[in-house]
Design a protein around this ligand. Structure first.
Ligand code: FAD
Length: 396
């Protein structure tokens, strides 16, 4: 047929927004749209730190994709993308091949280990529903194992590598969870150590220093021990070696220290910087007017020439513009430049605590925690309306 084929890879923040906008804007039979994703559910990456620590359920962290899209308008293919073949406009899946006229790459990032020995082998990462199930079970298992051999206090050491956004949010949840675990497993809380190790000179780089100070004090009170300006040098089955020469014995290292672009993208032959592609103002991959790259795999710069950090916020906004530009391409209309509108940042610090900078102001404590809930609920409303807010929202 002559109907153009649009293929969207990945149903995360960028991919879902693209699919939803396409289904709204395209006319009947104007294009075939296929959405490919590894799972039949969409998960809220920005919420993964909670089920990882065991402070919230998996059920609050995902929703069936079929509930978010109209399957009469979009074909949902649950499969693993294995290769992107630009030369013959095909995508190779684990169980078949798709050809496209327009391709939207929204596959999300991957953990970056910066070549630190042992990290990819022995550390766990917060990146998907499956990875956080493992983290949650692993942490509980350490408590259970300790009870069988109380000389092994190293099992009660927990190391979080990275004090960026996700590291801080996770370590806060973990600190909230520890007292519950101690009670459940009859463990003396004084024996448990939660370390947050960060190589950069400050936690939460990019955040307002006063808010960073506030965050660290909240977390210290919850029992987190910070090692800031200290790099992890090696990760072994028995623990981590720090740049100071110190060794922390532990069976649990959660690495949040960095993300890079998806490896499929460099394998496709795109020019990348740490796996991410510098896209043009219209979100095109350079030299490919029919290929759009959004979210964690794209690289864009602000007016000062600094790269935007990869966030759900920018991925969603890019999804909207990307859909408009795919439709404009099909209709041979003028494309729109992507302009990021920063709505602010909120980092949760566990129950009832957060920091935020939004509307040119700083917020902390309870007010910021309410803002975090609003951001989460606004997202649920955007993708699934009031029903999804009622079903998945956390009001308390
Ligand atoms: P993703 O949302 O990662 O989606 C990619 C999708 O592609 C996934 O569904 C995945 O399953 C699928 N996929 C990947 N590979 C394949 C394959 N080979 N085949 C098929 N499917 C595949 N950002 C914020 O703005 N605010 C926050 O508060 C915030 N908090 C965060 C907290 C944590 C703990 C973490 C880890 C991240 C946080 N972020 C936050 C960052 C944000 O989650 C990411 O920037 C965002 O998810 C990127 O969106 P994306 O669409 O590029 O990819």
């Amino acid at each position: 047929s002559t109907i153009p084929k649009i293929v969207i890879l990945g149903a995360g923040y960028g991919g879902i927004l693209t699919a939803q906008r396409l289904q709204k804007e395209l006319n009947y039979n104007e294009a075939d749209v296929t959405l490919v994703n590894r799972h039949d559910y969409h998960y809220f990456t920005t919420h993964l730190h909670m089920p990882a620590a065991g402070t919230d359920s998996i059920d609050h962290t995902r929703v069936a994709i079929s509930k978010l899209i109209d399957e009469f308008k979009i074909d949902l293919v649950k499969s693993n993308v294995q290769e992107i073949r630009l030369s013959d406009r095909k995508v190779v899946l684990q169980d078949g091949t798709l050809s496209y006229d327009y391709l939207v790459i929204a596959l999300g990032g991957e953990p970056e280990s910066f070549g630190i020995p042992g990290l990819s082998e022995y550390a766990m990462t917060i990146r998907s529903i499956n990875s956080v199930r493992l983290i949650r079970q692993h942490i509980e298992y350490q408590f259970a194992l300790y009870k069988l051999d109380e000389t092994r206090t190293d099992r009660l050491n927990f190391v979080v590598g990275g004090a960026g956004f996700s590291g801080i949010e996770f370590v806060a949840e973990l600190a909230d969870r520890i007292p519950q675990l101690c009670k459940e497993y009859d463990v003396d809380p004084n024996l448990v150590h939660v370390y947050n190790v960060e190589a950069a000179p400050t936690a939460l780089p990019g955040f307002d220093p006063e808010l960073v100070e506030y965050a660290m004090n909240v977390l210290r009170k919850k029992g987190v021990e910070f090692k800031i300006g200290v790099a992890i040098q090696e990760c072994t089955p028995d623990g981590v070696f720090l740049a100071t020469g110190e060794e922390i014995k532990t069976a649990t290292v959660i690495w949040t220290g960095g993300i890079r672009g998806n490896r499929l993208i460099e394998a496709a032959g795109f020019e990348t910087a740490r796996g991410r592609v510098k896209v043009d103002d219209y979100l095109h991959a350079p030299g490919h007017d029919n290929v759009f790259i959004i979210g964690d795999n794209s690289l864009m710069f602000n007016a000062e020439g600094r790269p935007y950090p990869p966030t759900a916020q920018i991925a969603m906004q890019q999804g909207v513009t990307c859909a408009q530009n795919v439709v404009a391409s099909i209709r041979s209309k003028e494309l729109k430049k992507f302009v990021f509108s920063n709505k602010g940042t909120v980092a949760s610090l566990g129950k009832g605590e957060a920091i935020a900078s939004a509307f040119g102001k700083k917020y902390k404590g309870w007010v910021a925690a309410q803002l975090k809930k609003l951001v989460d609920m606004r997202y649920l409303f955007t993708i699934g309306g009031i029903l999804l807010v009622l079903k998945k929202g956390r009001f308390l």
